[in-house]
Design a protein around this ligand. Structure first.
Ligand code: F6R
Length: 255
């Protein structure tokens, strides 16, 4: 462990800007995977919050391949789901638990010591959200994707940095993505998401962003004043935020 590294409080006091890694598309997933492998090597009991979606898929493929050749182990780690649709049946291909299992967890020789999925199949989603909020306490690392509407997790526009893990109404573009991009069997209108308060309290936060379609929103998130129209902009409050962007996603950032 590097004891010379400033504490989070010192970072915050210093107003440390985000670390922005801009990578050629081909190097993006291997670089993100290598950093996660390094974090797991430094702390095998890492508590990690993970998203699903198209962005992290190549990272999960690289991690699964690395685990197969013995280059990393998740055995001591805890994986906490970032979010989940409410109203999709168990096994639905768009479900976040289904995707994370098929892209990463089921491909590991040795699974994480704990996988905290979000219980959206029980009778009370509010209660499930409260239970998941407890699971999201003390995260070492929150890995996040960026929605084209500025959301992180299902913290949709209008969210606040103080928000807890909760049941949310999904933005129209998020609902449409469930069926159009992820193959959901029906269009969900709600979800449960780890709230920005828990994400901002994690030891580190990573924002993963790829493709030109995200370029305008990445610029909005990083270059304009923070605000509820772009919940990702609140991530700049995090003292240890790293943005991993490929060339396309970074194409509108100042040179
Ligand atoms: C999914 C999630 C969402 C996605 C975002 C980007 O678990 O939390 O916030 O990260 O919508 O999705 P992709 O990566 O499919 O463009």
């Amino acid at each position: 462990m590097n004891t010379l590294r400033p504490s989070p409080d010192e970072d915050r006091a210093a107003g440390r800007p985000p670390r922005i890694e801009i990578l050629p598309a081909a190097a993006w997933a291997p670089t993100v995977a290598a950093e996660l492998i390094a974090r797991l090597a430094a702390r095998p009991s890492l508590r990690i919050c993970l998203p699903t979606g198209e962005t992290p898929s190549p990272v999960y493929a690289a991690l699964a391949a690395a685990e197969a050749r013995g280059a990393v182990s998740f055995a001591g780690s805890t994986i906490v789901m970032l979010d989940e649709w409410v109203g999709l049946p168990p096994g639905d291909p768009a479900r976040c638990d289904v995707r994370l299992r098929s892209e990463l967890l089921d491909r590991l020789r040795v699974p994480p010591s704990l996988f905290a999925a979000i219980d959206v199949d029980g009778p009370d989603p509010d209660e499930a959200a409260t239970r998941h909020d407890a699971a999201a306490v003390g995260l070492d690392l929150a890995v996040l994707g960026l929605g084209t509407n500025g959301h992180v997790g299902f913290n949709e526009p209008g969210s606040s940095p103080d928000d807890a893990t909760r049941l949310v109404r999904l933005a129209v573009s998020t609902r449409e993505a469930a069926t159009a991009r992820y193959g959901a069997s029906r269009m969900p209108t709600a979800g449960i998401t780890v709230g920005l308060a828990r994400l901002l309290a994690a030891g580190e936060a990573w924002l993963l962003v790829t493709g030109e379609r995200k370029a305008a929103m990445l610029r909005r998130a990083l270059e304009e004043p923070e605000g509820p129209d772009c919940p990702a902009s609140y991530l700049r409050r995090h003292p240890r935020l790293t943005v991993f962007a490929d060339d396309g996603a970074a194409s509108l950032l100042p040179k």
